[in-house]
Design a protein around this ligand. Structure first.
Ligand SMILES: *[C@@H]1O[C@H](CO)[C@@H](O)[C@H](O)[C@H]1NC(C)=O
Length: 363
């Protein structure tokens, strides 16, 4: 016990600048899997600087479309179709231990992306893929709100059946899934928000009732599915799985030019774009707008990143160079929760710590 307390103190002292690291064993009993992660965050920052304001913010901006019956329907669907996921959430609820955090409420969070896509517009993300000889360097910024969500970001080492299968840097782990992951010896994965004009609450509820998984479960499924053991197999999977809302998948692999951007919609299909140095496509950038359209004037992140890549000197053609781009305003902005640089060839996911730019002044 004393040892544990000391450890908490020790991690507390060291975690204000660095992203806390933790091992997650997906073979542990489902209810136990995320308890330590929740406790770690609560010990470091307290409920009022983490889950509290994050829940309050998204109750107002994302979950406002749901009524009590919707929560009940989602909870029933989750228990029926994803009993293991449901148990994981129960473990998280036990540690949070607050009357308002019910299973119904957390089931809503399990489908946060699908639900939030109906109305919420508080999200930006940037992905950069740079082809360098036989490697692809993958930069990733995750932007969201509110600012206290940054305190939920953890760097997780994922284990299953005694094997280390990958790493995750994310804040969505508390809903049992993630949108930034490295699957060792296979791929680096990133998901970005795509505005989905076709989405309605009805279409989202239909998707959930059909027993389809939430967006954040998909990378987790890829991580544990041993059959998805090559870049091309993962790309095919992400091009064809059924999705409940618009999204972009930015995927990089272990070999030359293995880098794609996959555009998905709940009711549309699109052509994937690929790195291809033989025809001069040495880099790709994806923010939150379809690549065949110009950036909106009020949000030029893609153009800015492309210009920086175009002008990049040879001595910066490496992970530091990509980090420099990911760290330049407005690619890196007030909403950025995390920046990681991934390199699937070397099983590397580099995290440089908590973000330096502070949240919008008026918040
Ligand atoms: C690269 O472009 C060439 C020419 O269009 C094409 O033949 C080749 O299949 C492309 N490679 C990839 C990996 O898409």
């Amino acid at each position: 016990m004393h040892y544990k307390l000391l450890l908490v103190l020790f991690t507390t002292l060291y975690c204000y600048t660095y992203i806390p690291e933790l091992e997650i064993d997906l073979s542990a009993p489902p209810k136990q899997r995320w308890k330590e992660a929740v406790q770690l965050v609560l010990n470091l920052y307290g409920y009022e600087e983490t889950f509290g304001p994050v829940f309050a913010f998204h109750n107002e901006h994302s979950f406002d479309v749901l009524n009590q019956d919707d929560y009940t329907t989602i909870a029933q669907a989750l228990r029926k179709n994803f009993p293991e996921h449901a148990l994981e959430l129960e473990g998280i609820i036990e540690v949070l231990d607050r009357p308002e955090i019910t299973f119904e409420y957390m089931a809503g969070w399990a489908y946060f992306h699908e639900i939030a896509h109906i109305t919420n517009q508080f999200q930006e993300c940037t992905g950069v893929l740079l082809s360098l000889d036989d490697q692809v360097i993958h930069g990733r910024n995750m932007d969201q709100a509110p600012k206290q969500g940054r305190n939920l970001v953890l760097h997780l080492y994922i284990k299953k059946d005694g094997k280390n299968i990958g790493e995750v840097v994310d804040w969505y782990w508390f809903k049992g899934g993630f949108i930034t992951a490295l699957k060792y010896n296979v791929v680096a994965l990133e998901e970005n928000w795509r505005i989905d004009e076709y989405l309605t609450k009805e279409s989202v509820m239909t998707y959930i009732k059909k027993g389809l998984p939430s967006l954040t479960q998909v990378f987790r499924d890829i991580l544990i599915n041993e059959k998805l053991n090559t870049f091309e197999k993962v790309v095919q999977y992400l091009e064809n799985n059924e999705v409940g809302c618009g999204l972009y998948n930015i995927v990089s692999g272990m070999q030359k030019d293995q880098g794609v951007i996959i555009t998905r919609g709940s009711q549309e299909t699109f052509q994937t774009i690929r790195l291809n140095t033989s025809i001069g496509i040495k880099y790709l950038v994806q923010t939150n707008y379809d690549h065949w359209l110009p950036d909106p004037e009020y949000d030029p992140r893609r153009t800015e990143a492309e210009n920086l890549l175009q002008g990049m000197k040879n001595n910066l053609m490496n992970e530091f160079g990509v980090y420099a781009i990911m760290n330049t305003y407005p690619v890196h902005n007030e909403g950025t929760f995390l920046t990681v640089i991934m390199n699937a060839k070397y099983n590397r996911i580099i995290v440089l710590g908590q973000e330096a730019i502070t949240f919008f002044d008026d918040e």
